[in-house]
Design a protein around this ligand. Structure first.
Ligand SMILES: Cc1cc2nc3c(=O)[nH]c(=O)nc-3n(C[C@H](O)[C@H](O)[C@H](O)COP(=O)(O)O)c2cc1C
Length: 274
């Protein structure tokens, strides 16, 4: 079966699908012709679905995606610039969580939304490990502390500059700064050889963390956590990640204990115009 088909009763030959296809695998021999796949289309299609999503007539169907599979973009739901600015500026890293687990359906929704992030070649390379058991989050945080202690012993100067000594001291006095007492941690991992793994997974985690407040949830990147997964084999094994994967990011999730009241300032941008 051909990669896509065009309903000639609907197609007005406007060439939008040809112009928008990222891989340039849709062609029209002339403005009188209907769009057709190039001979190498199956090989190069990145399954982004843009051709189906962009056609104003709903004339083009991929062999795995029809216009009916794709909800219409609701123009009446478009946000104002002011709304989006407040939304983006009010997302905060949360470090004090309620002692309350997050419902499974909310965690599933976060992962679903993360999957709409951009990724190089639309590879969507992320795999997700959700540590749902709060006791296990604490145990894993303890393993991160083991790693930090090892680094402190080997290279105290680096450990000091990386903040490890303060974090370990806090742990010893009963304060958990690795996962900040969050009930859950979500780890994005993927093939260690995928060149865009760090960017793709960071973007997916960002989608997740931007969406989380709409479900009443707070998040915080777990920098100590995910770097330790890659540096400390016992932790990697405890998570059960595939041997040829690496952790590309981790994020704590839970219900925030406090509500932020103001939008803090950020540095002025460093920009060069040429
Ligand atoms: C890659 C990365 C790693 C981070 N690691 C940690 C961490 O281990 N612990 C923590 O409390 N915050 C961590 N953060 C959160 C940053 O400290 C936070 O984003 C920054 O202070 C700005 O605050 P905001 O997110 O509320 O705007 C991390 C953020 C990023 C992007």
């Amino acid at each position: 079966m051909s990669l896509f088909s065009v309903d000639q009763k609907k197609c007005n030959r406007d060439g939008i699908c040809v112009a928008e296809c990222p891989m340039r695998i849709i062609r029209m021999a002339s403005s009188e012709d209907y769009p057709k796949p190039t001979s190498d289309a199956d090989q190069y299609c990145i399954t982004c679905g843009h051709c189906v999503a962009v056609c104003p007539q709903g004339a083009l169907s991929l062999n795995w995606l029809t216009p009916d599979d794709c909800p219409t973009v609701r123009q009446d739901m478009a946000l104002t610039a002011e709304q989006v600015e407040q939304f983006l500026r009010s997302r905060r890293s949360i470090r004090t969580f309620k002692d309350q687990p997050v419902e499974r359906d909310k965690l599933e929704k976060l992962i679903e939304i993360a999957g709409y992030a951009p990724s190089a070649k639309n590879q969507q390379p992320w795999h997700w490990l959700i540590v749902e058991d709060t006791g296990e989050v604490r145990r894993l945080a303890g393993m991160v502390i083991d790693r930090l202690r090892g680094v402190i012993q080997k290279n105290r100067e680096f450990a000091e500059s990386a903040g490890f000594i303060r974090v370990v001291k806090a742990w010893e006095s009963g304060e958990e700064r690795i996962c900040r007492g969050a009930p859950h941690i979500i780890i994005a991992h993927g093939d260690e050889n995928w060149a865009f793994g760090p960017e793709d997974c960071a973007l997916a985690l960002d989608y997740l963390s931007l969406f989380a407040p709409t479900l009443g949830l707070g998040t915080c990147w777990g920098g100590y956590f995910y770097t330790s997964v890659n540096q400390h084999p016992p932790l990697f094994e405890a998570l059960g990640l595939p041997a040829d994967h690496r952790a590309y990011g981790a994020i704590m999730v839970g219900y925030p204990k406090f509500k932020y009241q103001r939008l803090p300032r950020r540095n002025p941008p460093r920009v060069v115009w040429k």
